[in-house]
Design a protein around this ligand. Structure first.
Ligand SMILES: NC(=O)c1ccc[n+]([C@@H]2O[C@H](COP(=O)([O-])OP(=O)(O)OC[C@H]3O[C@@H](n4cnc5c(N)ncnc54)[C@H](O)[C@@H]3O)[C@@H](O)[C@H]2O)c1
Length: 316
């Protein structure tokens, strides 16, 4: 695969926009498919702002005004003819995603890679019914995708490993540190572990052991402090393995293992809470304080990227 090929993306919502920004910033031209061309102007502005953020942090080679010219936004799928890689990041729906793959297969060559930014749909399910399922992979990004180093590249049952390896190589040139999952599993790595943590967090709160503030405080100051540096296995090496075995034997039988979603979540979602995006969540917000949290999160994402880069270089 040649170095600076034109990359295709589908969907310019929250994640699609930061994904397109990341790829543009890495020096590629990008073609993005949107549902309606009326979205193009807003999406282009959002991407330009992301590029400007990167530039202000000294993380962009080039001028945002020139780089933004390298994106073509369209509602015509036939424009993908000749593209070697197309990354889909549309609504998390099996039917909607499969519909796009069917359309893509009518214009792409059989060896062009299709990647899905699904959060948790098994790639094997998305491959069902495709003419060339071997070229479909999960390419799982973390928000904000133009700043984070995270990526999981996931093979479904029918994926050809060579395509996954090509994506890993390409993503490394985008500043990512991809993990390769050779076998498909729902939720992949981080979401499986994050949701196990969320289940236990709700267990503690809903059963009156701690408030959301207490849970957040403990995790920010313990796990939050070390996990960018070490990851769980390295952390056990650093802090002494045997004690973990003792705790596992005592604690595992007591951890929550319900398969039901928490009632607190059901209640919040039916009340319309989306989080800081609509200033309704676990914590009270005004429009202004919600916007400040969003801004601080971006600022922190840049800081943590710099900090992690410093230590990763040293310890790789
Ligand atoms: N938000 C996150 O933090 C996050 C993290 C990892 C993965 N994901 C995954 O990324 C995907 C997108 O999530 P999001 O948060 O950006 O959602 P979003 O709702 O912000 O964006 C989805 C976009 O897809 C567009 N779309 C829908 N059907 C389309 C079609 N047929 N053609 C072109 N565009 C279409 C919509 O217009 C919308 O702009 C989902 O699969 C989600 O699970 C999200």
């Amino acid at each position: 695969m040649s170095e600076k090929i034109r990359i295709g993306t589908v969907g310019l919502g929250l994640m699609g926009s930061s994904i397109a920004t990341c790829i543009l910033a890495a020096g590629h031209e990008v073609t993005s498919l949107v549902l309606s061309i009326s979205e193009a102007k807003t999406a282009q502005k959002r991407i330009f702002n992301f590029l400007s953020e990167l530039s202000a942090e000294g993380l962009l080679a080039g001028d945002p005004e020139e780089i933004i010219e390298k994106i073509t936004i369209t509602d015509d799928v036939s424009i993908f003819a000749g593209h070697e890689v197309v990354i889909e990041s549309i609504t998390e729906s099996v039917d909607a995603k499969k519909d796009i793959y069917r359309q893509l297969e009518t214009v792409l060559s059989p060896t062009a890679i299709i990647g899905s930014n699904t959060s948790a749909i098994p790639v094997t399910i998305l491959q069902e019914g495709l003419a060339h399922p071997e070229r479909l992979l999960g390419i799982h990004w973390a928000e904000p995708a133009h700043i984070t180093r995270f990526m999981e590249v996931i093979c479904g049952k029918d994926s050809d490993l060579k395509y996954a390896q090509q994506v890993v190589q390409l993503a490394e040139s985008w500043g990512k540190e991809p993990s390769l999952l050779r076998k498909d599993i729902r939720g992949f790595i981080t979401n499986r572990i994050m949701y196990a943590m969320l289940r236990e967090a709700f267990n503690l709160v809903e059963n009156g052991f701690a408030t959301p503030e207490d849970v957040d405080r403990s995790l920010r100051n313990d796990l939050g402090y070390w996990i960018t540096f070490a990851g769980p296995f390295r952390f056990m090496d650093l802090t002494g393995i045997p004690a973990y075995l003792t705790v596992m034997k005592d604690l595992f039988p007591e951890l929550d293992n319900t398969s039901k979603a928490p009632q607190t979540m059901e209640n919040l979602v039916s009340a319309g809470a989306k989080g800081v995006s609509n200033a309704q969540g676990f914590y009270p917000y005004t429009k202004e304080s919600a916007a400040r949290w969003e801004e601080k999160f971006i600022e922190f994402s840049f800081d943590i990227r710099k900090l992690a880069a410093k230590y990763n270089e040293e310890f790789k």
